[in-house]
Design a protein around this ligand. Sequence first.
Ligand code: MN
Length: 229
Amino acid sequence: MTTFALPAIVQPSVAIQGSDARFPVRRIFCVGRNYADHAREMGNDPDKEPPFFFTKPADAVVDHGATIPFPPETGNLHHEAELVVAIGTGGADIAKENARDHIWGYAPGNDLTRRDLQNDAKATRRPWDMSKGFDNSAVCGAICPVSAVGHPAHARLTASVDGAIRQDGDIADMIWPVDDIIAYLSRFVRLEAGDLVFTGTPAGVGAIMRGQTCTVAIEGLGEATVTLA
Ligand code: MN
């Protein structure tokens, strides 16, 4: 048995719908520009610039219902409503036809973004880590097991701030559907049980202020709510 020089690190995890057990989080992958309307609102051409990946640390995950400190070093914190895919079986070079065999469940999520830092990073051709992978940046609702919800292909996806709808899309409008994301991502890295994949956001991203509550909802999958202290 390994002896550590410091207290062992707590395994990050997220709630599971209808269970006391928790889903252990290994890695968090995110897809950029996976809805054409959002790519256009950010000034990009979805036909010329296909989706791509970035990551967040596993311990950036936050449960539905949490209150988090307003993130430091930003004056423009944005919500991004997304479908989250939870991987239950690992694999590399997964064929699109087999992608569903690797999915454990689905959840609504909020890819919190320090948009001012992201815009600076784009302008200076620097990495996105500090704009995307900051503390508490991966809000994730309770994971709904495939055994309960199947593989949703169409579902309304919304983000609201203090009850006012800001984003209103449908997961059917992804440029890369979930099966394609898993097949493509698994060419670059081996996926393992415990990985979460945030699958991109539709148009309507915008700021959340101190004291506000942001709710991401996906029809049939529940909500992921976060309050900014
Ligand atoms: Mn996103």
